[in-house]
Design a protein around this ligand. Structure first.
Ligand SMILES: Nc1ncnc2c1ncn2[C@@H]1O[C@H](COP(=O)(O)OP(=O)(O)OP(=O)(O)O)[C@@H](O)[C@H]1O
Length: 984
């Protein structure tokens, strides 16, 4: 076959194979083409991958070779066949045209030999580059600068060899002769080979030692999960519970296993090396990374990588001096016991064998920027410069990087470097139970905790966030009736853990009523350092920081502060709050309880600007310093700070009337009333500002509001206050008809808060919650506001039949509910009985969209039963299910007499001509339908013919979509002429 045709017809897989392979394979292909004189030196340089992506270079290579005609195409296919590993060329048709290539001829000069033998030379030079450079230096052929340039550690051995060959070529015949002579000597000298072999072995041993040390350090760090009182170290393996992990792409969130974290699944940018792990506070990102580290360290998974280098952004914040990549790796991850040079050389020359993890990117005090390029692994630079260049791939390109962060802290500029984005959605309902059972060896206690949770829906909703689940489970005694009230807000949960710790510290189990008495001093001291830290993005404190804030040993012994857990740190030990959310809680306690240290203006300002923080700030300053700085920051430096938002929502919760008495128990707080009034005022103002920013509706469209992330936060604050009057005031005058809250990270806990506030809306709305993680539990939380929903959109939310049952039971009682969209959830035939019930009983129901679920002909039978009785349904969407011919027949029969349905989609449903014939009968009789979608089915000419005949008798129908069915191109043309309402 003609090689040019082969290249043209396989362009996409060829680019894929080249760009998904290593840089070395690509450069090796270029070596062959240069040796065969298909490309010249200039073209070789222009295709170089050092400044552009592999994908772009691959495209240019194909264009260039194609433009050079058949012999060039033959050469490329032959080179690909010789260079690409079997796995990469398996799907390609690469004929070997070696025998058809231009005759090989004997080179007439050393320069020509170097060029003609380039691929072999690159291999031969491996391991001898230093010796050859030394010789060329001694002969005066190369300068010191040139020898250093060639050996820059950013280049792999092959790249160093190629640079050496390029330089030799540029120096002329004499240099080429010297090179060939030296290579001959090396090849002829077995002792040199042996010596080289020994040196290689030594290097190998050094790297192995480093790997061993790294594994054991990591395993020691990660195996245990230290708990609050540091007495019962539990094994991570015994407590780890799988969370819901989803890869985020445009159409749907697809579930992912932990081992898939680094697989190709979900890749959006194959040229990037960064996997972004996002999740809300406490969703388990750090724990997941701890698990990944342990799996690698124990040899159980991720073994394709030789090294795993873990970094904590919290610790990186503390590095104030400039340092090199080398110091960063050795000082922060693992110090090699010897042969540092060799170990580092291995790391930089085999980046594809290394994984770097950065935990808590949201805690990093520097805002991501890609304007400062730093490519040298040895030259010192500021910590943010090194980290940002690692993430972009300017340093250690091809090394895998995993960055965990809360979603709000991910800037669009960082997303440009992301290979794939994975969301951690916390525990599933089953996960909550598994976790609680793992926490309690006494089955009865576990069962009681689970039962008590299930009887308290708001708390059950919160437990899908692992950190809350952990607290609730730890405080089971308080939960099971020995404490204050029934917790339903996040603040309640944290007050519960405060109570738990204080009682634990005082060793008094019985005096429940006085658990807070006299602890104001400790709370204020811990709160002060927590607050300073939140304001300055500082989450690890030195002993000196603690002393300066007046924190006493007694305060420390309460257990809220624990020693930082870093894989390897030669610096003095640091302390941190058990969890960052606990630091936020203490910061909030300080804001609420401190009448003197925290100025009133400071309190208000903190609250009002809680969604903003200044990055690039230095070490922890005092609250007041930070207050004054905050007024000076520029728009560019502002970005969402979830820690400040969490603190503010705790403030709202603590100022709730329900907690006044509890707080007064701690000590006298004169300003509680004033602060409470201020917070309410600020929340109302925030909501009004949000509603005022909604643009007026486009004529003919509904007035709709696309919620900003701050909206969900404001709603959560109002919920924390548990003040129905405040919730009513916040929304009663709103005149929006459609609330869009898509991609807002809404889980069950957010649903509780939303329902608490939105139920006070005066007029019915459409509530669009697509692409969140509402789940069945979230559906239950939404019930209180279902009365005000005309329409509810829950596409892509992990909802199952159970959630549908809950939704429909309530929906049946909601007069205004007219539309439900559940595209892409986990619905099966089981839930269709509920929809049938809805269709039968609700004669004002307009639209049901159930696309991309798991409904078969069985489900279609139930739906048909409901459809037969519905006099109002106008839209029915079943795209991407599997109703088949039988299901189509059932639906068709049920819809024959419908006088309301105007739109029907049965796209991609395995429907053949039998189903089409039944639908044709329906078309003949139906008087209301206007549009039918039957794209991507298996309908043949016979079925289409039946539809054609039916259309002759039905003038109401405007279009029938039949693309992607079983028609030949000729049939498509022929039928297209017969009926213009058919889209083929
Ligand atoms: N998969 C899990 N299995 C068991 N427990 C978990 C799991 N994930 C989280 N937890 C519990 O929740 C707590 C908080 O989790 P973690 O610190 O990993 O959350 P995070 O997402 O990193 O939070 P943040 O963004 O606030 O730093 C852990 O200390 C642990 O008790």
């Amino acid at each position: 076959m003609c090689a040019q045709h082969l290249i043209r017809s396989q362009r996409v897989p060829l680019i894929k194979a080249l760009s998904e392979g290593s840089v070395d394979s690509f450069e090796s292909v270029l070596d062959h083409l240069l040796a065969w004189q298909i490309v010249c030196g200039e073209e070789y340089e222009s295709l170089s991958t050092t400044t552009r992506s592999l994908c772009a270079s691959s495209r240019d290579l194909l264009d260039l070779v194609e433009s050079k005609g058949e012999p060039a195409c033959r050469s490329l296919l032959t080179a690909l066949g010789q260079v690409l590993p079997c796995t990469q060329r398996r799907e390609l048709l690469l004929e070997n045209f070696k025998d058809l290539l231009p005759e090989e001829y004997v080179p007439s000069s050393a320069t020509e030999t170097v060029q003609r033998q380039r691929p072999q030379m690159v291999r031969m030079l491996h391991g001898h580059i230093a010796a050859i450079l030394q010789m060329l230096l001694e002969c005066g052929t190369f300068t010191h600068f040139e020898t250093e340039e060639v050996q820059l550690p950013i280049y792999t051995s092959s790249q160093q060899a190629r640079r050496l060959l390029n330089l030799v070529k540029g120096k002329g015949e004499e240099a080429a002769q010297l090179l060939l002579k030296k290579i001959q000597e090396i090849q002829a000298s077995p002792s040199a080979e042996e010596a080289h072999g020994n040196a290689e072995e030594e290097k190998y041993a050094a790297c192995l030692n480093f790997q061993r040390k790294l594994r054991s350090t990591l395993a020691a760090q990660c195996r245990f999960f230290s708990t609050y009182d540091r007495s019962d170290n539990v094994c991570l393996e015994n407590i780890y519970t799988d969370g819901i992990l989803e890869v985020r792409n445009e159409l749907q969130n697809s579930p992912l296993g932990l081992l898939d974290l680094l697989s190709k699944k979900g890749t959006v940018n194959a040229d990037a090396d960064l996997v972004l792990l996002v999740g809300e506070a406490g969703s388990g990102k750090s724990t997941l990374l701890q698990r990944v580290h342990l799996l690698w360290a124990s040899g159980s998974a991720f073994q394709d990588w030789a090294l795993m280098l873990p970094f904590s952004c919290r610790q990186l914040n503390l590095l104030e001096r400039k340092l090199s990549l080398r110091s960063l790796i050795f000082e922060q991850c693992c110090w090699p016991d010897g042969n540092q040079e060799e170990v580092f050389q291995f790391i930089v020359s085999h980046p594809e064998r290394t994984i770097l993890t950065f935990d808590g990117f949201d805690e990093f005090k520097f805002h991501f920027a890609d304007d400062e390029r730093h490519c040298s692994p040895l030259e010192p630079a500021k910590i943010q410069t090194i980290v940002f260049n690692l993430l972009q791939g300017n340093l250690m390109k091809s090394a895998q990087k995993i960055v965990s962060s809360r979603p709000q802290a991910v800037s669009p500029s960082l997303r440009r470097y992301v290979r794939k984005e994975v969301c951690l959605r916390g525990f599933s309902p089953e996960g909550v139970e598994v976790f609680i059972r793992k926490q309690h060896c006494d089955d009865r206690v576990a069962a009681d905790v689970i039962e008590s949770l299930k009887s308290n829906p708001p708390l059950y909703g919160l437990c899908h966030v692992p950190v809350f689940c952990w607290i609730v489970s730890k405080c089971h005694k308080e939960l099971l009736g020995h404490g204050h009230g029934t917790p339903s807000t996040v603040t309640d949960v944290y007050l519960m853990i405060l109570q738990h710790f204080l009682r634990h510290a005082a060793q008094k189990d019985t005096e429940i009523d006085s658990w807070l008495q006299g602890c104001l001093g400790s709370v204020l001291r811990l709160g002060k350092i927590a607050l300073d830290g939140v304001l300055a993005s500082c989450y690890a404190f030195s002993w000196l920081d603690l002393q300066q804030s007046g924190v006493t040993e007694d305060d420390m012994s309460m257990g809220f502060l624990v020693q930082s857990k870093v894989p390897y740190s030669p610096t003095a030990c640091r302390f941190e709050f058990l969890h960052i959310t606990l630091q936020c809680f203490f910061a909030a306690l300080c804001l609420v309880a401190d009448d003197e240290g925290v100025a009133q203006s400071m309190f208000v300002t903190f609250f009002r600007t809680s969604s903003r923080k200044k990055k690039h700030s230095g070490s922890c300053g005092s609250c007041l310093d930070l207050f004054f700085q905050s007024s000076a920051h520029t728009e560019q430096q502002e970005e969402e700070s979830t820690s400040q938002q969490i603190t503010a929502s705790f403030v709202a919760g603590l100022l709730s009337q329900r907690h006044t008495a509890t707080l007064q128990e701690m000590g006298k707080m004169a300003q509680l009333g004033w602060k409470c009034g201020q917070v309410k005022k600020l929340l109302l103002k925030g909501m009004q500002k949000h509603f005022r920013s909604i643009p007026p509706p486009v004529p003919g469209e509904k007035k709709s509001m696309h919620a900003m992330p701050e909206f969900v936060w404001l709603v959560k604050c109002i919920y924390e206050m548990q003040d129905s009057d405040l919730a009513r005031d916040a929304v009663c005058s709103v005149e929006v008809e459609h609330f869009k809250l898509i991609y807002c990270g809404i889980g069950p806990a957010e649903c509780t808060a939303l329902a608490f506030v939105l139920k006070h809306l005066k007029n019915p709305i459409g509530l669009q919650l697509d692409f969140n993680s509402v789940g069945d539990v979230g559906v239950e939380q939404l019930l209180p506001c279902l009365d005000i929903c005309k329409a509810i959109y829950l596409r892509n939310n992990g909802i199952s039949d159970k959630g549908v049952c809950i939704l429909i039971n309530k929906g049946l009682q909601c007069q205004s509910m007219q539309k439900i969209a559940l595209f892409n959830n986990n619905l099966t035939d089981e839930c269709t009985v509920h929809f049938a019930e809805l269709l039968k009983k609700k004669q004002n129901f307009l639209s049901l969209r159930l696309g991309n679920n798991y409904i078969t002909e069985k489900g279609a039978v139930h739906l048909a039963e409901g459809l037969r009785h519905s006099t109002s349904l106008q839209y029915l969407g079943l795209w991407g299910n599997k109703v088949g011919d039988q299901g189509a027949e059932e639906l068709a029969r049920a819809l024959q007499d419908s006088s309301s349905l105007v739109w029907l989609s049965l796209v991609d449903n395995d429907i053949g001509s039998m189903g089409a014939q039944a639908l044709a009968v329906m078309i003949e009789k139906n008087k209301s339908l206007e549009e039918i979608w039957l794209t991507n089915n298996k309908i043949t000419r016979e079925g289409v013919q039946a539809i054609l005949s039916a259309l002759e008798k039905n003038k109401k129908i405007k279009s029938v979509w039949l693309r992607g069915n079983k028609l030949t191109p000729e049939e498509v043309v022929e039928i297209g002429h017969l009926e213009e309402r058919l889209t083929l």
